[in-house]
Design a protein. Structure first.
Length: 249
C-alpha cells in the first residue's frame, strides 16, 4: 500500500515537472515570436529590448543572439551586432547566418581581426561544452580498451584500434578546450571607433585606431582602461567602455 502511494506521488511529481517545463518552454517561444513580430514590423528598438530581456533571463540560444545582432545592426550599432554574432557562434560554431552576417558587418565597418590559421579554424569547429563531453567519453572508452588489451592481449586488434582512435579524438577535444580557454578573453569594439594607446591615459601616443567590430584579447581590465592584445599582435590600452567581452566574466 505504501509502495503504491509512493509510486503515485513520484509519478505525479514527474508529471508536474514536465508540465512546468512545457509551460516555460511555451512562454519562451511566445516571447521569441513576439520579438520576431516586432522586428518584422520594423520596430527594431522594441525588438532589441525584447531580445535583450530574454538574453538576461535565459536560457541562451544561438538563434536568440543572432536575432539580437540583427536588431542591433538595424539600429546602426555595428559593434554590438558583431559582438552578438560572435556570441551566437560561441554557442553554435556552425551557425551559417551568424557567420555570414558577422563577415558582412566587418566589411561594412572596416573592422580589424587577427588572421586565423588553419589549425585555429579546425579547433574552433566545436564549442567548449561539446569538446569537454567528447574528452570525457573518449577518456572512459580509452581506459576500457586499455584494460581489455592488458588483460587479453592476444588477438585483440579491435580494442587497440579503438584505443588509438579515442586517443586521437581526445587530443583534438583537448586542443579545442585549450583554444576556447585562450579565446575566453576575446572582446569586440562596440564604439564607432576607438583609439588604442601606449599607456592608460588620453594623452599617450596612439598605437592603433580600431573601428567598430574589431577584435582584441582583453585579459587585464583596470578601471577605465583595459590592456589588450591588438589584431596585429601588439599590446596597448583601450577604453574599457569601448569594448565588450564576447563571454562575460
Amino acid at each position: 500500500m505504501h509502495s503504491r502511494l509512493r509510486n503515485s506521488i513520484q509519478r505525479a511529481a514527474v508529471i508536474a515537472v514536465l508540465l512546468a517545463c512545457g509551460a516555460a518552454r511555451g512562454a519562451d517561444t511566445s516571447q521569441f515570436d513576439a520579438a520576431n513580430q516586432l522586428y518584422e514590423a520594423g520596430k527594431f528598438g522594441e525588438a532589441r529590448q525584447a531580445y535583450a530581456g530574454m538574453v538576461k533571463s535565459g536560457p541562451l540560444s544561438a538563434n536568440l543572439l543572432y536575432n539580437l545582432g540583427n536588431a542591433e545592426w538595424k539600429l546602426g550599432n555595428g559593434g554590438e551586432a558583431a559582438a552578438d554574432y560572435e556570441r551566437a557562434l560561441a554557442l553554435d560554431p556552425s551557425h551559417p547566418q551568424a557567420r555570414a552576417n558577422l563577415e558582412f558587418v566587418r566589411e561594412q565597418t572596416g573592422a580589424r581581426t587577427a588572421q586565423r590559421r588553419w589549425w585555429q579554424e579546425a579547433l574552433g569547429a566545436i564549442d567548449a561544452n561539446t569538446a569537454a563531453l567528447m574528452l570525457a567519453v573518449c577518456g572512459w572508452v580509452a581506459m576500457f580498451c586499455l584494460a581489455v588489451v592488458l588483460l587479453r592481449p592476444a588477438g585483440r586488434s579491435g580494442p587497440v584500434i579503438t584505443l588509438a582512435i579515442c586517443l586521437l579524438a581526445a587530443a583534438y577535444a583537448a586542443g579545442c578546450l585549450w583554444q576556447a580557454n585562450g579565446e575566453a578573453t576575446k572582446a569586440v569594439v562596440i564604439a564607432k571607433s576607438t583609439q588604442a594607446r601606449m599607456a592608460p591615459t588620453d594623452v599617450a601616443p596612439v598605437a592603433d585606431v580600431l573601428p567598430a567590430g574589431s577584435e582584441v584579447l582583453a585579459p587585464e581590465e583596470r578601471g577605465p582602461w583595459t590592456y589588450c592584445t591588438l589584431p596585429d599582435g601588439t599590446r596597448a590600452w583601450v577604453p574599457t567602455d569601448a569594448i565588450e567581452r564576447v563571454k562575460p566574466g
